[in-house]
Design a protein around this ligand. Sequence first.
Ligand SMILES: Cc1cc2nc3c(=O)[nH]c(=O)nc-3n(C[C@H](O)[C@H](O)[C@H](O)COP(=O)(O)O)c2cc1C
Length: 322
Amino acid sequence: MAWPQTLRPLSLPVIGAPLFIISNPDLVIAQCKNGVIGAFPALNARPKEKLDDWLAAITSELAAFKAAHSEAEVAPFAVNQIIHASNDRLMHDLALCAKYKAPIVITSLAAPSAITPHVHAWGGLVFHDVISVRHAKKAIEAGVDGLVLVCAGAGGHAGTLSPFAFVEEIRKFWQGPIALSGAIATGRAVLAARALGADFAYVGTRFIATEEANADARYKQMIVESDAAGILTSAYFTGVSGNYLRQSVVDAGLDPDDLPERDKTAMSFESAKATEAVKAWRDIYGAGQGVGAIDDVLPAAEVIARMRREYLAAKQDLAKGF
Ligand SMILES: Cc1cc2nc3c(=O)[nH]c(=O)nc-3n(C[C@H](O)[C@H](O)[C@H](O)COP(=O)(O)O)c2cc1C
């Protein structure tokens, strides 16, 4: 299947995944200028009126950069929308996406049937993230243009399927764009995603350890110091299974191997030791199993340049045969 033109000007087949709290215009602009799709959750712009400023900054900066560098591969940006009854900003945020003609909208949670006609009307594409074949079929029925397959080991709310199993099953009935998510942090892992049958790698945790990311220095350093054994998978913090840095759980005064009982639907909780509420995402740091491959905090441009070198080197290595 031919790719929509929107998805073409890339230096590397990578989408910088949307990260709650962490993704901001600086990171998205750096990703797009360096040829990878930059995405951010609309909810990161708070209060909601700020989303107008964010979209104005991203679109004007990228347009100016394109005008000044006609040869550069400037990637499109994406806005992540949470389709859930609790998101009372959805229509407001979508209207702003229409105003700025957001090239891609990435939807999470419920199938985006009510959203896709709006996005298509301004020429945008809809990608929906899924953790199962059943959800993928529902998304396709809802008219999406691409699927994000969230697999085991991904940062934040992860799936449980192996990428080998998941991509093969989806490719039996879907020939459109697929982005693959879960522990991809190097160029050779990006190439592996392509070899598996995905079109893009969907990279989250690697971009937390960048200078632009809106995360504490302690969070970034913990990613640099951790490896896969340092990732805790638990539904304790948000009611849905997710991957987090064990050390942040310890620092919040909890024992990652013996978490107390709690109300599974609450979004924050009283830690055993802390006196004030400890919040998932703010205090309990989300990260995927790919942390072991992340050894430095760099500007996003350098992360992307290195990934591209690794990608091309891995491609050459493979071309030599096995
Ligand atoms: C701290 C954190 C916050 C995240 N927030 C969101 C979010 O707001 N919306 C969303 O669709 N996915 C979110 N994700 C999931 C990512 O978009 C992506 O699927 C995941 O990071 C990919 O796995 P990786 O981190 O191993 O690269 C988040 C992930 C992390 C680590």
